[in-house]
Design a protein around this ligand. Sequence first.
Ligand code: SAM
Ligand code: SF4
Length: 327
Amino acid sequence: MKRMDPFGRTIDYLRISVTDRCNERCLYCMPEGYKGWEQKPDHLSHAEILRVVRVAAGLGFRKFRLTGGEPLVRADLTDIVRGMAAISGVEHIGLSTNGTRLAALASSLRHAGVQTVNVSLDTLDPALYHRITGGDVHRVLAGIHAAVQAGFTCVKLNQVLMRGVNEQEIWPLVLFAAEYGLPLRLIELMPLTRTAVLTEKNFLSVGEAMTLLRQHDELIPQPDWRLGFGPARYYRLKRTGARVGFIGAMTNLHFCESCNKMRLTADGKIRPCLGDHGEIDLRATLRATADDAAVRDRFLLALQRKPFEHTFRGAYQPCRPMTAIGG
Ligand code: SAM
Ligand code: SF4
């Protein structure tokens, strides 16, 4: 059964943050590294996540994405995937990762039931990668290679755009993505945490990224491409053949019109919109009763409370890091 929000949008996509922990510390996300703002008992257990997925699937959710924090730091991730894949109604399981642990885990995650993987890759330059994330780009490249070998139906690359930091990396990433046949998505910085990089000076719009790309190649719009279930607008680059998606959450005023998702935070809150502070506590319900009807009611309440659009352009004040909300 399809579930609609008050604005007539079908909501069938749930992004689940399985942890707020991460082994990197990206400038735009968690620049000071993990501070332990959530204690482990607050995190939903493997069994609780599966219960939520079962209820969500019963309500018409079909697409699920595991994210974080870095989902691959969670030791029981493969078991969670296997459990989800066995739930009736679950049609798609995707994963968002920084890729650093993918080389070891890609094959088992694929076998467990992950269909598609998004890997964050802001630059190919090892020194710059280290500056942005604190990590080692060679591990990510090994992870991407393993993901391609493992046979996921799609492996996408994500670059967060930062003026003065990595705009010169857009074209090398396009060439890399084209060489390996992987779609690349360029993402506008969103005010998700209070970090030094989140200034107007550092903000680079997808429009400006397009202008930069047009100096190298012709961009041909592909309005029919839906490479996944997200809001990216795709283009094919004529000469290189690259597939590039633009995620303009800040500058595209129609961004929220086709929104199809809600989020489950690592500590068990349903977040109807990434860019709105409203949350509905699910964890207390999960722990108070074995009755799934109560969990279902919380979901329906969240659906009713889904706002028409995010408030990033207005008075939004970051307070909960994206690692906790689930990117
Ligand atoms: N750790 C995984 C990763 O890095 O892909 C999954 C979680 S991460 C929060 C999910 C996505 O959110 C990544 O593509 C990341 O680049 C993006 N992201 C994080 N903070 C952001 C920000 N302030 N603005 C835009 N995108 C952001
Ligand atoms: Fe970690 Fe991903 Fe956030 Fe980077 S974007 S700090 S890899 S959760």
